[in-house]
Design a protein around this ligand. Structure first.
Ligand SMILES: Nc1nc2c(c(=O)[nH]1)N[C@H]1C(S)=C(S)[C@@H](COP(=O)(O)O)O[C@H]1N2
Ligand SMILES: [Mo]
Length: 413
């Protein structure tokens, strides 16, 4: 029998061992858990009508969504090293030894493909690349549950191995680790390899000793350390998108402060198809309540009491920044049309037939005195691309719902 790969690359080698998989797995498990929980929170803030997402602290969504993007990106190097440490197992023969073994392999396949799917479309979303025919949010949300379920199952099945691997010094001999019924591929040393003369690359010769600290290959400590360092670097490459003093390092996030008026642009007025005439002198804001309809020209809005708030804008896709906004309180507009401050509102923009062209403002946000229809940003009249003549800004609200170019507000509950 000839091995197709160099001896030190065969499994198990020193670097490829449960000692490494378990130690990298801890960080990966933590990153995925943070990502999952903050993803659920983002879903709650955007889609759950019955869940009163709080308006305070105003930076709440900024923190949860920042953590979501950072933990997801930090997971990538850990995932790669984890897969590297176990991938020769993909080629064990026979591929399925028993029903339990088959189911266990299937759950790992599901876990790995679901995690790769989530991280891939997540990163592409941060990079504003939309290649897929399906709805990003629906798919990202649904597959997150597959990740969570198969991850719990995976940890439960591997718990004895994880425990033992963590209890021993990292470079210690792995050969006496417990082997569960689904884990018999951990023992290619004896029966399998010697009984099967056609053993393929990735399996061990029968006479091969179990890996020890003497086995050639990358030291395990180096593998684990490199995984965590790479994860930290990956996190830093996006962390500056949400954490201002790290913004110089944010090579993968839009630089905060680069857009007009010091705030990045998510979609420009041209990209959103806002015609110049619609935001010219004839512009009017219409507010419709059950009993009354009010209209205001831009000058009339400017003549109303102007409020100043400092609030972050948090793009779901991985950047956020604080800004000074001023304009008319939404609750003042509601009072003008005899609607209670605690009203559910539909905020409609001049952009028609687009996913973000309108949004629903829950009652707690309408009533919050910091929720404005902003006319000014960082001391200047709102730039066209930031939503001129006026745009919604509310505390702790996903950026995608901070509707720009608002032309109509309807009380819907
Ligand atoms: N009408 C409309 N409003 C919109 C959008 C849009 O595409 N159309 N994009 C939203 C998104 S995704 C974000 S992050 C914020 C960004 O606001 P900014 O471009 O002023 O920074 O605007 C939101 N408001
Ligand atoms: Mo966004």
């Amino acid at each position: 029998m000839t091995l197709l790969v160099p001896r030190e690359e065969t499994f198990p080698s020193r670097g490829r061992s449960p000692a490494v998989s378990a130690r990298v797995g801890i960080g990966l498990g933590i990153a995925i858990s943070i990502c999952f929980v903050t993803g659920l929170l983002s879903h709650a803030a955007q889609d759950l009508v019955w869940f009163p997402w709080p308006t305070s602290p105003s930076w709440g969504y900024r923190v949860t969504q920042g953590a979501h993007v950072i933990s997801g990106v930090a997971a990538i190097p850990l995932l790669l090293v984890k897969l590297w440490s176990v991938y020769p197992r993909l080629f064990v023969r026979p591929p399925v030894k028993s029903l339990v073994h088959g189911l266990e392999r299937l759950s790992v396949a599901l876990l790995v493909s679901a995690v790769i799917f989530e991280l891939t479309i997540g990163v592409l979303n941060i990079a504003k690349v939309y290649l897929w025919p399906f709805d990003f949010r629906d798919a990202h949300f649904a597959v997150a549950w597959i990740v969570a379920g198969s991850l719990l199952l995976h940890i439960a099945v591997k718990l004895p191995i994880i425990r033992n691997a963590l209890a021993r010094p990292i470079e210690a001999d792995d050969s006496s680790l417990p082997v569960s019924s689904a884990e018999t591929d951990e023992q290619p040393l004896s029966a399998t390899a010697s009984a099967d003369p056609s053993a393929t690359a990735g399996e061990m010769p029968a006479d091969r000793a179990p890996p020890t600290s003497e086995t050639p290959g990358i030291p395990r400590r180096t593998v684990v350390l490199s995984a965590y360092v790479a994860s930290g670097i990956a996190a830093l490459s996006v962390a500056g998108g949400s954490i201002p003093w790290l913004s110089k390092l944010a090579v993968l996030s839009p630089s905060i402060g680069t857009g007009p008026q010091g705030v990045p642009i998510n979609r420009t007025a041209d990209a959103a198809g806002i015609p110049d005439e619609s935001i010219g002198p004839d512009y009017q804001l219409t507010v419709v309540s059950e009993s009354t309809t009010g209209t205001w020209s831009l000058d009339e809005l400017r003549a109303m009491p102007q409020r100043n708030v400092r609030l972050p804008i948090t793009c779901v896709e991985g950047w956020s920044t604080n800004a000074d906004w001023s304009g008319v309180r939404v609750s003042d507009l509601l009072a003008a049309v005899d609607a209670p401050a605690e009203s559910r509102l539909r905020i409609i923009s001049l952009q028609t037939q687009a996913a973000f062209g309108e949004s629903v403002l829950p009652t707690q946000h309408s009533a919050d005195p910091r929720t404005l229809l902003a006319l000014r940003l960082n001391g200047e009249e709102l730039a066209r691309d930031h939503g001129f003549p006026c745009r919604l800004i509310a505390p702790s609200r996903p950026g995608v719902l901070q509707t720009k170019w608002v032309s109509r507000i309807e009380v819907i509950g």
